[in-house]
Design a binder for this molecule. Structure first.
Ligand SMILES: [Zn+2]
Length: 404
């Protein structure tokens, strides 16, 4: 099958400003998909990113497990994502595939995992399964599901390469068997649970989640939860479920929560004031939760996606300069997104003095060979008024170790 895709149609709707901002730094929309040359791997700028770090503690806690379902993985893709008739879904899907450079001469499922293995640089990559959307009666909704990646498959990939991959289960809390599914996932080595509420159709503030929260809290299982607007994955498309305040219900029951990319996009009603409270940015609502003393030790956040164009500025600056948050932040990549070339503009990061010209040059090469290492090096180098992400943010392993 064809492995590279052009997406000119997807740019047609952009304004001139956005067109310039999203134009890739080296005029190439494509990943190179080759192995990293030795001289680049050993470049002093790349090596400097590892200084002061214990690499055995670096777990990338947000790596999507994708594929086409062309093996016995059990992956299912909503036909909408593959249909040229729906150009938005189609372009998005093709982009993700290009970003992940699946290796040739095998199924896309196997090629995706093989490519990931070839990019292995951290101690572990934590792979994410992806459940179906469900309605409140506990019935699966395939039509409102973008794709499905079974827990069974994520566990199998982990078991085949335990020195490379860990995994998080995806379990919809409206499922009748949600607690049994959680127990089964834990027995199969899951390190936590992953939700994407705006796409998967669960409202974290619903009492329907309580049974699941109770089990999570009693077993001390972390919940990685996307907050803020979700545009990368379609599905139920209920952005109100991405309200960070909805997670109070989990936190108040003692569930350890990791909010993905600091809940950084879009806005939601300030439900602390009233159900119809004014719209406030999700990032401000996230910040409010982080600043509540009672959630210390329970609420964490990952820094995936924060270097993307749409977070550069106030959001990125705040997360870097709020060093009091740093002990509760976790390095993560949101792979394959760092491989989607136009999403991260090194030129913009240089213009705004987050990185130097020399760093830009090395990073621009690195991204085309190993998007995961690129994401890590960029986040290690980036500075705001001389301040960067604390070293502790990258030593993530301990959060994902479950009590024995
Ligand atoms: Zn993600």
């Amino acid at each position: 099958m064809q492995r590279r895709y052009f997406f000119a149609g997807g740019l047609a709707g952009l304004s001139a400003y956005h067109f310039k901002a999203y134009w890739p730094d080296n005029n190439s929309f494509f990943n190179d998909c080759r192995q990293l040359p030795d001289e680049l791997a050993k470049h002093e700028i790349v090596l400097s990113a590892f200084e002061g770090l214990d690499t055995s503690q670096i777990w990338d806690g947000h790596v999507h497990l994708l594929g086409l379902g062309d093996s016995n993985s059990g992956i299912w893709i909503n036909p909408r994502s593959l249909s040229l008739l729906n150009i938005r879904h189609y372009i998005r899907f093709r982009f993700f595939l290009n970003a992940s450079c699946p290796l040739p001469n095998m199924s896309v499922d196997e090629g995706y995992v093989a490519r990931l293995k070839s990019l292995h640089w951290a101690h572990r990559f934590v792979l994410l399964a992806f459940d179906y959307s469900y309605n409140e009666q506990g019935k699966p909704l395939p039509d409102k599901t973008a794709f499905y990646v079974p827990n069974r498959y994520a566990a199998q990939v982990h078991k085949q390469s335990p020195d490379t991959f860990e995994w998080l289960a995806s379990i919809h809390p409206y499922r009748k068997d949600c607690v049994e599914a959680l127990e089964k996932a834990l027995l199969n080595g899951a390190r936590g649970v992953k939700w994407l509420p705006p796409a998967m159709g669960m409202n974290p503030a619903s009492p329907l989640c309580d049974r699941f929260y109770k089990a999570m809290a009693s077993w001390d299982i972390p919940l990685l939860c996307h907050c803020g607007d979700e545009h990368a994955v379609s599905g139920t498309n209920t952005q109100t479920y991405g309200n960070p305040l909805a997670l109070r219900r989990a936190l108040d029951q003692g569930v350890k929560v990791v909010i993905a990319h600091c809940g950084s996009l879009g806005s939601n009603r300030d439900t602390d004031k009233s159900p119809n409270g004014a719209h406030v940015s999700n990032f401000e609502l996230f910040a409010r939760l982080m600043d509540e003393e009672r959630y210390n030790g329970l609420l964490f956040a990952d820094i995936s996606a924060l270097t993307q164009i749409n977070r550069v500025g106030t959001i990125l600056d705040t997360v870097i300069t709020r060093s009091d948050w740093h002990p509760r932040l976790l390095y993560a990549s949101d792979y394959p997104l760092p491989g989607v070339v136009p999403l991260t503009s090194l030129r913009l990061l240089h213009e705004k003095q987050y990185i130097t010209a020399e760093q830009l040059e090395v990073l621009a090469q690195l991204r085309h060979y190993n998007s995961l290492l690129f994401d890590f090096v960029l986040k290690r180098l980036i500075r705001v008024q001389g301040q960067g992400f604390a070293t502790s943010i990258f030593q993530t392993r301990s959060l994902w170790l479950l009590p024995t």
